[in-house]
Design a protein around this ligand. Structure first.
Ligand code: NAD
Length: 507
């Protein structure tokens, strides 16, 4: 399949050593860290015990109390150093993302670039945590709002963006004055260990970072639950499936913690009669097959106008048949492995359901031209008679359901008729359609694009979605406000005490 090095494990271990992950992180009885490229075990990682998790949260709580007093621009200096360390480590960490999560090389590197970008953003932000000055109705008074750090910020992340999601949260939370406790996916422990080693290097260079400012809890769902239930964690960002959000959301609500939920997507694109079909074809191919269909923003539903359906869809079927599948380290590979066999089984189940609902499946099935235990799937394009059955839910695999439409208003209604509300796009050169799609009556998603696919966001905008995607926002715009608390202050610099709303209370 490729001329890539023989042992993924050897290469990964060499990277871990170069990045400074200590030997004590590993133990023979620990959780196996697998590579989806070959299915081999890279290392056994020592898991965090419940007692250790609680102690780590305690350290983070104490660290917060010191860190909140460090001036925000100084906190920004720590993140500037982290960005520098990430630049130095980019090749190694990006490669480790490829080895552990199975992303193609440019996507592994892109994920680390995203970490660097959010650090740059956060450094600037550290001098811009602005509040307002507000007009007051009372004479000789001033009213303003101030933003204060909130406390320990918990971060639970998914396997498919093993390091970038942590950085979207941590870079902002840290400049905002919070401490961070991270529970990475149990499927990507090595990239988490590597990231933590990089953070420690930045902390050492900064000097004076309180112990416990950045903690990592390694383990499965049980360890995540400790973070969710701990009263010392006032804000928690949880990225993963909608099923996970359904468990985590109510627990956070019960103790009035702030929830930043970044859950599943069932993202769609519309190809309108005027679309530039060459551009649409490329946009669709990347959004639907990139990352082997394992992005929260992956394109899963495609509505094609009946007037262009027979021009576009046969071309797409051809692209599906010729896309290069295989070892993500190899030059030219576009579709790497699925994370595990369970992901492939889910894909098969969804395709069976689609067939039963009258779908015509192109592609799909296991790609077996690999000499190892990695699980590779052929991306599937499924022509569906209507939006039904498996089309209504997210299957975290490369399946694209394609449907015809004839009326613009109808297709907008179909577009919005699923549970998730993450990302969306329209391919059109018609100004009215483009504007209608991004208008109040158009796409109901947190991300709505024109003439690009739904995936591949950049950090300057707020990232997240509505409905069953959870409603959280991370990364750019004013997402930082979720990591701080707002206080409204009224200051009387006069010698009388006028009450608001004309209330009289003379004693
Ligand atoms: P998952 O839901 O299986 O796991 C995500 C994380 O949640 C893991 O760290 C897991 O250990 C933890 N977890 C699960 N149940 C928990 C519980 N009850 N309490 C505490 N922690 C718990 O998701 P996954 O398979 O790793 O990732 C794929 C999913 O993530 C897809 O649905 C994808 O759309 C979604 N995702 C969403 C975004 C986004 O920003 N909206 C980004 C990436 C991935």
């Amino acid at each position: 399949v490729s001329s890539a090095p023989a042992s993924v494990a050897d290469e990964a271990r060499a990277i871990l050593a170069r990045l400074g992950v200590p030997e004590s992180a590993f133990a023979s009885g620990g959780r196996p860290a697998l590579s989806p490229i070959t299915g081999e075990v890279i290392a056994h990682v020592r898991e965090t015990t419940p007692e250790e998790a609680k102690a780590a949260i305690g350290r983070a709580d104490a660290a917060f109390k010191a860190w909140r007093k460090v001036p925000a621009p100084k906190r920004g200096e720590f993140i500037r150093l982290l960005g520098e360390e990430l630049r130095t480590a980019k090749d190694d960490l990006g490669r480790l993302v490829t080895l552990e999560a199975g992303k193609i090389v440019s996507e592994g590197l892109g994920e680390v670039q995203e970490m660097i970008d959010i650090c740059d953003f956060a450094v600037g932000l550290s001098r811009q945590l602005y509040g307002l000055t507000i007009a007051t109705e009372r004479a000789d008074h001033r009213m303003m709002e101030t933003w204060h750090p909130l406390g320990v910020c918990g971060v639970i992340s998914a396997f498919n963006f093993p390091v970038a999601v942590w950085s979207w949260n941590a870079a902002l939370a840290l400049v905002c004055g919070d401490s961070v406790v991270w529970k990475p996916s149990e499927k990507t422990l090595l990239t988490a260990l590597a990231t933590h080693a990089i953070v420690e290097r930045a902390a050492k260079r900064f000097g004076g970072v309180p112990e416990g400012l950045c903690e990592v809890l390694l383990g499965g769902r049980e360890i995540g639950e400790i973070l969710v239930e701990d009263h010392r964690v006032p804000v928690l960002s949880a990225t993963g499936s909608t099923a996970m959000g359904r468990q985590v959301g109510p627990k956070l609500a019960e103790r009035f913690a702030r929830a930043i939920l970044e859950l599943g997507g069932n993202n769609a694109a519309i190809v309108a009669p005027s679309a530039d079909l060459d551009l649409a074809l490329r946009g669709i191919a990347f959004a639907a097959m990139g990352t082997a269909g394992q992005r929260c923003t992956t394109l899963r539903r495609l509505f094609v106008h009946e007037s262009v359906y027979d021009q576009l869809v046969p071309r797409l079927v051809k692209v599906y048949g010729s896309v290069k599948i295989g070892d993500p380290r190899a030059e030219g590979t576009l579709v790497g492995p699925l994370i595990d066999k369970a992901a492939f089984d889910n894909m098969e189940r969804a395709l069976d359901e689609a067939r039963a609902a009258g779908g015509k499946v192109h592609g799909g099935g296991r790609y077996t031209d690999v000499a190892n235990e990695g699980v590779y799937a052929r991306p599937a394009l499924v022509e569906m008679p209507s939006q039904t059955g498996p089309v209504m839910r997210e299957t975290f695999a490369p399946i694209l359901y394609v449907m015809r439409y004839s009326d613009f208003d109808d297709v907008i209604a179909l577009h919005n008729a699923v549970g998730a509300g993450l990302s969306s796009s329209i391919f059109t050169l018609n100004l009215r359609e483009a504007e209608a799609f991004v208008s109040v009556a158009g796409s109901d998603c947190g991300i709505a694009n024109v003439n690009i696919g739904p995936s591949g966001a950049e950090i300057g905008g707020a990232f997240g979605g509505e409905k069953e995607t959870g409603g959280g926002r991370e990364s750019g715009s004013d997402a930082w406000k979720a990591y701080m608390r707002r206080a409204t202050n009224t200051i009387n610099y006069g010698s009388t005490l006028p009450l608001a709303q004309g209330v009289k209370f003379d004693v």
